[in-house]
Design a protein. Structure first.
Length: 239
């Protein structure tokens, strides 16, 4: 019997943003896996919770979320073997992924371990990039603009070079790098053209101009959008 490994993009946070295809697969898969921190609940599981039927086998992929320990290769080896056992027994496995599986998604570490030997399907989802632009009312790009996605942990010099060469930028994984990122943006004279978004589409969503953020750190699920283009002044909606 042949089973399928699914990488399900379940959207950025609002359970209503799951796609019809992901919902259908989630309602049918007998085994569901999802990432979680070493301690605490899984955000992916919480997003998908309204759509998960009772009685499913669940695999909690607990991984360290600290600098220098991610990706945890030994952890992914372990859970890949557990998932493979279900697949080889004929049971489909749906791995839940916040946003989109292949946009900074941890599913890629399982994919590289399992796709070669098992039927695999990746179901794209609404990414945090699109969600943040939508809630900020700030179009990402237009016409021939170039968009650059910049990871927050990048060093200042490299970040400044990337930001300086782009029409628009999305700076992700802000977290403890907020002050560094703000400094880079300010030195390029772009502070008034930058929007800060955290927990986009979730109940605790916050959206504001970067210049108004007085925090010294930000949650992992935060993003800064910067645009040099005219007409990109974001309009903050209701939180």
């Amino acid at each position: 019997m042949t089973a399928t490994l699914y990488g399900l993009g379940i959207g950025p946070g609002d359970p209503d943003l799951i796609t019809l295809k992901a919902h259908r697969i989630l309602s049918q898969a007998p085994v569901i896996a999802y990432p979680a921190p070493e301690d605490g609940d899984s955000l992916a599981r919480a997003i998908a919770a309204p759509h998960i039927p009772e009685g499913r086998t669940e695999i909690v992929i607990r991984t360290p979320m600290v600098p220098g320990k991610y990706p945890a290769h030994g952890v992914y080896d372990k859970y890949a073997a557990e998932i493979a056992a279900h697949l080889e027994a004929g049971r489909d496995v749906a791995v839940l992924c916040e946003g989109d599986p292949f946009f900074y998604g941890s599913f890629m570490y399982l994919f590289e371990r399992l796709a070669g030997g098992h039927r695999t399907e990746v179901v794209p989802g609404v990414s945090s990039l699109g969600a943040c632009a939508a809630v900020a009312g700030a179009p990402l790009v237009s016409r021939a603009d170039v968009l650059t996605v910049i990871p927050g942990p990048l060093d200042e010099e490299a970040m400044a070079a990337r930001l300086g060469a782009s029409d628009s930028a999305a700076i992700m994984k802000v977290g403890r790098h907020l002050d560094k990122i703000r400094g880079v943006v300010e030195r390029q004279g772009l502070a008034e053209r930058a929007w800060y978004i955290e927990y986009a589409t979730m109940d605790k969503q916050r959206v504001m101009p970067l210049a108004e953020v007085d925090d010294g750190a930000a949650p992992y699920f935060s993003m800064i959008l910067v645009s040099r283009a005219d007409g990109a002044d974001g309009v903050v909606g209701d939180d």
